[in-house]
Design a protein around this ligand. Structure first.
Ligand SMILES: NC(=O)C1=CN([C@@H]2O[C@H](COP(=O)(O)OP(=O)(O)OC[C@H]3O[C@@H](n4cnc5c(N)ncnc54)[C@H](O)[C@@H]3O)[C@@H](O)[C@H]2O)C=CC1
Ligand SMILES: O=C(O)CCC(=O)C(=O)O
Length: 542
């Protein structure tokens, strides 16, 4: 049974999906302190949150059961992504469920700001009839600048066009064609765009680059009387600079749904300025958006916990259900090569690992395969075996450089993954292939070509290729009651008398005495016992 913890308000539609899914148990809590969230996470396989729960490194550390965090919404700034990644926890969001509601809220804020709806309504409640004081401005014919042309920014832009506004846009990651299709005049320079607008609305995530991007210096270059709307994240518009600019008259008004600290302090200047219209982070708060994000969150978390399907991951590459089955054997092969090289490497001082994907493997998600390989490579070195989410980060944190290359040339096999590990004592390399998507094979170890099974107990011994040796080793294992299920030989040069490697697959683990006897044979130059998962064993993290 997989337990899903829910610590924020989630629409009943999503809860119902979770409750009705076999294999899923739901634990709904509210009003938890950070310490209580930490404790509740000990017994959770996954957690669904909105913006009310902050998942800090302290909460995410030491949660071996926790595999997945789903944000019912877009912004993941309340989740420490680096910490989640380091702990091997996949983080996913529901990117499109609240786009329309947030775009509509932005338009509502823009209109209400322009027509003084908030203060006018308040004045009537207080018994006044101030028609002159609340004269507003019309949107039609005005120019709006949209910073961030993603889902919400574009949705806002389309609505502004419908309101007969001229729409300018700034987003370094959108093409001219895409902007033009929607009637957006695209700027590549924010500083240029903001001098031309009557309204500025921001729709980017809060990042190091966007934090405080709308600040005193930029506001000073804008038209006097500009209006600013922030329904994205608090802090994109510097709150102090905005309050100063409103007090000085440079900015006529601002509409804010989000704040750098939520809720903002009661004595915050922005709360008290009459030119500021505030809502308490309501952009996504509609029945429709909440139902949509809750349904998506429930589906995403169950798909991951029950089937290993990864959608909308923000800290790793996604794998669709349709792709997963096809990719699984490649991940398995890469993981086994990592496990093999990890066990053969005696120096532990790995500085670099290079992966080459050939043939069919080159058309599969190479980043995931690199992670799968790295998780195998590091599995012996770390207390908790890494998974495909954190392996790359853990390797890089340890100064291990990872490279990947692809080649569509087939070579001897229709698919091949080759790995080379660089250590302080030289290089180790191995290559594997698969027959029929199922049978994984080791086809090269260093310079020795072979066809060995990559599963179970593998005994590798380096030897001089002389007659009688195979019989002698077989006799040792027979004496010690160790059954050999398969054997493969690899010769460096395809001629007798040189150096060779034998790979024996064993049904049971040989005793130390048996190992010592094999090692003592005068023609054997090295013996290793490698433990691999059984054939067809599920991947540890999928
Ligand atoms: N108020 C609310 O309740 C809600 C707020 N949001 C927030 O709205 C924001 C946008 O959400 P979506 O449109 O769904 O995200 P998105 O990922 O579709 O779009 C973000 C856009 O910002 C652009 N961008 C990133 N850095 C930029 C920069 N330095 N300058 C200009 N553009 C930049 C990206 O290229 C992308 O096109 C997010 O911060 C999200 O958290 C989302 C939903 C509800
Ligand atoms: O969960 C919410 O209501 C906040 C929505 C939001 O800010 C987001 O999806 O980024």
């Amino acid at each position: 049974m997989h337990r899903v913890l829910i610590t924020d308000n989630l629409s009943p539609a999503g809860l119902k999906v979770l409750e009705e899914t076999d294999g899923i148990e739901v634990d709904v809590r509210s009003g938890l302190s950070p310490e209580q969230v930490r404790e509740a996470l000990h017994d959770a396989d996954g957690i669904i949150i909105r913006s009310g729960t902050k998942l800090t490194p302290e909460l995410l550390a030491g949660q071996p059961r926790l595999k997945v965090i789903v944000r019912a919404g877009v912004g993941v700034d309340n989740i420490d992504l680096a910490a989640a990644t380091r702990e091997g926890i996949v983080v996913m969001n529901t990117p499109a469920g609240n786009t329309t509601s947030t775009a509509e809220h932005t338009i509502a804020m823009m209109m209400a700001l322009s027509r003084n709806i908030g203060p006018a309504s308040q004045s009537m409640r207080e018994g006044r009839w101030d028609r002159k004081k609340y004269t507003g401005t019309q949107l039609a014919g005005k120019t709006v600048g949209v910073m961030g042309l993603g889902r919400i920014g574009q949705s806002v832009a389309r609505r502004c066009r419908g309101l007969e506004m001229t729409v300018l846009g700034y987003d370094p990651f959108i093409s001219e064609e895409k902007a033009a299709e929607q009637g957006i005049e695209l700027y590549r320079d924010l500083d240029e765009m903001i001098t031309k607008v009557d309204y500025l609305t921001v729709h980017t995530p809060l990042t190091d680059e966007t934090r405080g991007v709308i600040n005193a210096a930029r506001i000073a270059t804008m038209r006097q009387g500009v209006r600013i709307i922030n329904c994205a994240r608090g802090g994109i518009v510097d709150e102090n600079d905005l309050a100063d600019a409103i007090e000085s008259g440079q900015v006529a008004g601002a509409a804010l749904d989000v704040f750098s600290s939520e809720p903002p302090p009661e004595d915050s200047r922005l709360r008290s300025l009459p030119q500021v219209l505030c809502t308490p982070h309501l952009g996504a708060s509609t029945d429709e958006a909440q139902e949509q994000v809750a349904l998506e969150a429930a589906e995403i978390i169950t798909a991951y916990l029950l089937r290993g399907e990864i959608r909308y991951a923000v800290n790793m590459a996604p794998i669709a259900a349709s792709e997963l089955e096809a990719v699984r054997p490649y991940l398995d092969l890469a993981h086994r090569l990592g496990l093999l090289l990890s066990q053969l490497n005696k120096s532990h001082a790995v500085s670099k690992a290079d992966l080459l994907f050939r043939g069919d493997a080159a058309s599969k998600p190479t980043r995931l395969m690199l992670n799968a390989f790295t998780s195998g490579l590091l599995s012996g070195a770390l207390e908790d075996a890494p998974n495909i989410i954190n392996a790359e980060m853990l390797a890089r944190e340890r100064g291990i450089e990872l490279t990947e290359a692809t080649s569509s040339e087939l070579g001897a096999f229709s698919t091949m993954i080759a790995a080379t590990v660089h250590t302080d004592q030289g290089e180790l390399s191995a290559a594997g292939t698969m027959f029929g998507n199922e049978f994984l094979r080791l086809v090269r170890l260093d310079n020795y070509q072979m066809d060995a099974y990559l599963d179970g107990l593998m005994l590798l011994y380096r030897h001089r290729d002389v007659p009688g040796l195979i019989g002698a080793i077989g006799t040792v294992f027979g004496k010690h009651q160790v059954n050999i299920s398969h054997m493969a030989l690899g010769r460096e040069k395809n001629e007798p008398g040189g150096e060779a490697i034998a790979v024996l697959n064993l049904d049971n683990e040989p005793s130390q005495a048996a190992m010592d006897e094999v090692s003592a044979h005068p023609d054997v130059t090295g013996v290793e016992l490698v433990k691999m998962p059984e054939a067809g064993a599920p991947l540890p993290w999928l």
